[in-house]
Design a protein around this ligand. Structure first.
Ligand code: MG
Length: 442
């Protein structure tokens, strides 16, 4: 084709390729034709809520090709009612767009309300973003980890939780049980977050009208938890890699004291020992102790992670993939961390759905600076509703070789798991209090 004819044809195509979120350089037809694939458009974006209290929200992105769709995770256990309207807003700008343009869709959606770093919109965006990666993988007949650069490891080690017992011996039993089930990394807590730092109901000198239930005291925690670790190490040795989540319960100097006192127990990492408003204290913490640090799962913007990574203030960067806006931003944070010698530790746990774990698993498989992945497990009913849901086998996840994310949703079975009214607005995260009634940051 002569240059003049080429310019003429390009101009004609560009005229038909005006998207709701900005003019594109090439039409969908032209871009797709270059790969020998048929042109494709997003035709429908909708949310599916499932599980008791609508704890899981899945986004389904459908296309002009019959039967070709992708799914993504947008769940928020504490604010489920806010997600479907947020997805509807994004859908306004995305219907008719080429689903192959993941990066541009992410950027234009992220900026679509002008203000950004919005945890709810990030989840809606994650639902769309993961669905687009799922779609692209299905279209290319490749698992998502192949699109991300291919596998760096044969399997993904995950850490287990020994967190139910409130006795030292019970925790030791929990560690032994996890080891027997094949886990090499185990997070230990003394009966949940803050456990070891609670004054029992009715105990302690309490003000009139103050809280009557258990109350949190950071000095008690600092007295108890290093002793717990010492005890566990004396019983199981140093082979299990032990982790602990401080869940932000401390004032800065107390956080440093705790990290120092835990040094003899050689943790794999200590998680979120400072609350996110006190992140600059990580500089002092770093100078004071060699206990490895993981942070910070309450952050939601790639930009917020930059000081922690670029100043090498932490050893593990930690977030929920859906909460930062999906695979697209997560792989960038991970890549930035790689250059600074910081490893990853993606968050999971009970309120996450199988699609989020699948997305994390594909990232874990394809990044060289992978550190550890938090485990998640699903009931038989949940696995039937989500065929292909990742399955932990003796402490490892084995990435699916199916095209896309490798997990599907059976909408009929998913609907049966929804045992509350759709659109439940949400609930408060249960807070801890100090003895005088002061709120403790979770
Ligand atoms: Mg945590």
């Amino acid at each position: 084709m002569r240059r003049r004819d080429y310019l003429k044809s390009t101009a004609a195509l560009a005229g038909a390729a005006f998207s709701p979120v900005g003019e594109k350089f090439l039409s969908a037809q032209e871009v797709s034709a270059r790969r020998g694939l048929p042109p494709l458009k997003i035709t429908k974006i909708r949310t599916i809520q499932t599980r008791p209290n609508a704890g899981w929200t899945i986004v389904k992105v459908e296309t002009s090709e019959p039967g070709l769709y992708g799914i993504g995770s947008a769940g928020d256990f504490f604010r489920p009612g806010t997600i479907p309207p947020a997805v509807e807003v994004l859908a306004q700008g995305l219907l008719g767009r080429d689903p192959d343009e993941i990066e541009d869709i992410w950027q234009s959606s992220y900026m679509s309300s002008l203000w950004r770093n919005n945890a709810t919109m990030n989840l809606a965006l994650s639902g769309v973003d993961m669905a687009l990666w799922d779609l692209k993988g299905k279209r290319a007949s490749m698992p998502v980890y192949q699109l991300l650069g291919g596998r760096c490891r044969v399997a993904v080690p995950v850490y287990d939780h020994a967190h139910e017992s409130t006795s030292f011996d019970g925790v030791v039993e929990g560690v032994r049980a996890s080891t027997e089930r094949g886990f090499t990394h185990i997070r230990i807590q003394l009966g949940g977050y803050g456990g070891g730092g609670f004054i029992d109901p009715g105990k302690g000198e309490r003000p009139v009208g103050g809280p009557k239930g258990r109350v949190f005291d950071e000095d008690l925690y600092i007295e108890t938890i290093p002793k717990l670790f010492e005890y566990v190490r004396s019983k199981v040795g140093f082979e299990p890699k032990l982790l602990h989540d401080a869940q932000e319960h401390f004032t800065p100097l107390k956080a440093i004291q705790l990290a120092k006192l835990l040094e003899p127990s050689r943790l794999f990492f200590l998680e979120d020992v400072l609350n996110l408003e006190q992140i600059p204290w990580y500089r002092a913490l770093r100078q004071a102790t060699v206990t490895p640090q993981a942070a910070h799962e309450k952050l939601t913007s790639p930009a917020e992670y930059m000081p922690l990574i670029s100043e090498r203030l932490v050893d593990f960067i930690r977030f929920r993939v859906s909460k930062v806006g999906g695979i697209t931003p997560a792989r960038k944070i991970a890549a930035m961390a790689e250059l600074y010698g910081v490893r990853t530790a993606f968050q999971e746990g009970g309120d996450n759905d199988p699609v989020n774990l699948a997305a994390a698993m594909h990232l874990d498989s394809s990044i060289v600076n992978f550190g550890i992945q938090e485990e998640n497990h699903f009931t038989d009913q949940e696995r039937e509703a989500f065929p292909g849901a990742p399955l932990v086998q003796r402490g490892f996840l084995y990435p699916s070789t199916q095209p896309g994310l490798g997990v599907e949703i059976n909408e009929v079975l998913a609907a049966k798991m929804l045992t509350s009214t759709p659109g439940r607005p949400g609930m408060y995260y249960p807070p801890d209090r100090k003895i005088d009634g002061t709120f403790v940051r979770p």
